[in-house]
Design a protein around this ligand. Structure first.
Ligand code: NDP
Length: 496
């Protein structure tokens, strides 16, 4: 297949051209096309959902025993691992992340399928304590067609986090990947086919979210939406869901505080703060984008942090040593630049960065350097809004009380980090921070077995964790009458 030929997309068990506009997905490091494809159309949305519904009803997937479904998920995990390098290279081109990072994302996707195979096989339905002559049980049923809507920043890992538990639970899934990063979702659908998943259970709809994601969310046969993306889109989806009385899980934005207390181990703190904000070029919902440093430490800490940030290797995503690749698109880089300009207009100072690198690949790709702003207060716009780029705003703090108030003073509440040698102090502080995840003396570490999600504008519901599978199931209570005599109320006697 040549580059110019449109890639087929996967709809209701068949691979064919999408009915929408032709577009190219581009390598953010060069701006050059990686692949062409035709977006899905509204008719394709209808076909994908109807196909998923039919597959849910008639493929027998939902009725398979848990260990049988688990076996297919394990085959998917194995195929992801078998094709890991090819997938990682494709992901690098699709969204410009450094190859070391895309390899980790692919490995994590395989691990997610493996984990939910185990969750599926070991999910227990319970006999509940009875308060009468009956046996009472709590069981779980699959929901039907589930929509998985994902952003561009961590393809395959984001999709796996939704598709694996949804399939494990016995559902069919329609994936709407970000318009500009569709390739890994298509590869995942291919792998599902190759692993022997019944046809039609997974479809992929590349194209515009405002058209396709919206139609998918509104579709009456879609029984749940699992969404990761921006808060504004998440709220839009929540409104539609409210009208349908449909459950949703929303993994949204963040503006996470990282806090360096005066007793912190500075080597660890510098390394962790850098990783927290600048890895993935800051294009991470959990980026530690607000830094609070104890005033006594502020100057020496910032001097070390800036010196280390200036040494980060920004450049070619194909180079294994690269730590920061380009941003996702020209438009997104412009948005990051506007925020930096706004921070300066608000009275901030640049401690580092703030200017596009020049020369070679930098002149074609959407690169932006590690940037540190200071001299700003937590109330200012750059401290309140998600920039989603490599921009850290650093602020000193004087008392722990003032620190807690500022750290919690955000619409978002996704994550937080604390650096301290005193575990009791860190424990007390960690309990007072409002966030879905708090890291102490580490940052941006994840385990699929630990729930993840945000409070407030950072989202609703939790992904991951053994019970993450329950998000994709309806609970049902079953009562079994054990009474020897007919129910007393009607006055009917046995044998009459
Ligand atoms: P968006 O909300 O713009 O997009 C996310 C997905 O939703 C895309 O597939 C998009 O399609 C689709 N979409 C857009 N409009 C609609 C609509 N009206 N109805 C249904 N779907 C729609 O977010 P970004 O892609 O810009 O991703 C960045 C955001 O994601 C950041 O805010 C970040 O914090 C958040 N995020 C949160 C994570 C978490 O776990 N909490 C993890 C990663 C990112 P299209 O591509 O066509 O716009």
């Amino acid at each position: 297949m040549t580059l110019e030929q449109s890639l087929p997309i996967c709809i209701a068990g068949t691979w064919r051209q999408g009915g929408g506009e032709r577009y190219a997905t581009c390598y953010p490091a060069t701006g050059e096309p990686v692949a062409w494809l035709n977006a899905a159309s509204l008719d394709d949305v209808e076909a994908a959902v109807q196909g998923a519904h039919q597959a849910f009803l008639h493929s027998g997937w939902a009725q398979r025993k848990p260990h049988e479904r688990a076996a297919v998920l394990l085959r998917i995990a194995a195929l992801i691992r078998e094709r890991a390098e090819e997938l990682a290279q494709l992901q690098r081109q699709d969204n410009g992340k450094p190859i070391a990072e895309t390899r980790a994302l692919v490995a994590s996707a395989a691990g997610t399928f493996q984990f939910f195979a185990a969750a599926c096989e070991t999910l227990e339905e319970t006999i509940t304590p009875s308060r009468g002559d009956f046996l009472s049980m709590s069981v779980y049923e699959p929901m039907g067609v589930v929509a998985a809507i994902t952003p561009w920043n961590s393809p395959i890992a984001s999709e796996a986090q939704k598709v694996a538990p949804a399939l494990a639970a016995g559902n069919a899934v329609v994936i709407k990947p970000a318009e500009i990063t569709p390739l890994l979702a298509l590869q995942l659908a291919r792998i599902c086919d190759d692993a022997g998943l019944p046809k039609g259970l997974v479809s992929v709809l590349p194209g515009k979210g405002s058209l396709l994601g919206d139609a998918l969310t509104r579709h009456p046969l879609v029984k749940r939406v699992s969404f990761t993306g921006g808060t504004r889109t998440g709220k839009h989806i929540a409104h539609i869901a409210a009208d349908k009385m449909m459950p949703v899980s929303l993994e949204l934005g963040g503006k996470s505080p990282t806090i360096v207390l005066d007793d912190a181990d500075l080597d660890h703190a510098v390394a962790g703060v850098l990783y927290g904000i600048f890895s993935s070029s800051g294009e991470a919902c959990i980026a530690g984008s607000r830094l609070f440093v104890a005033r006594a430490l502020y100057e020496p800490f910032m001097a070390r942090l800036s010196a280390a940030a200036a040494q980060l290797r920004v450049g070619d995503p194909a180079d294994e040593r690269t730590q920061m690749g380009p941003l996702i698109s020209a438009a997104h880089r412009e948005s990051v630049e506007r925020y930096v300009a706004l921070g300066l207009a608000e009275g901030g100072r640049l401690r580092l960065g703030g200017e596009r690198p020049r020369g070679g690949m930098f002149d074609h790709g959407y690169f932006y350097p590690p940037t540190i702003l200071e001299g700003l207060g937590n109330q200012q716009q750059v401290c309140q809004e998600e920039i989603f780029g490599p921009v850290l705003v650093a602020m000193p703090f004087d008392s722990e009380q003032a620190l807690i108030e500022q750290a919690n003073d955000s619409l978002y509440a996704l994550a937080a980090g604390i650096w301290s040698r005193d575990y009791k102090r860190a424990w007390a502080l960690g309990r007072k921070l409002q966030a879905g995840t708090v890291w102490v003396n580490t940052y941006k570490q994840f385990s699929i077995s630990t729930p993840f999600g945000g409070w407030r504008d950072s989202g609703l519901g939790r992904e991951k964790g053994r019970l993450g599978i329950l998000q994709y199931m309806e609970q049902k209570s079953l009562y079994w009458g054990m009474n020897e005599q007919p129910l007393a109320w009607a006055g009917v006697e046995a044998g009459q």
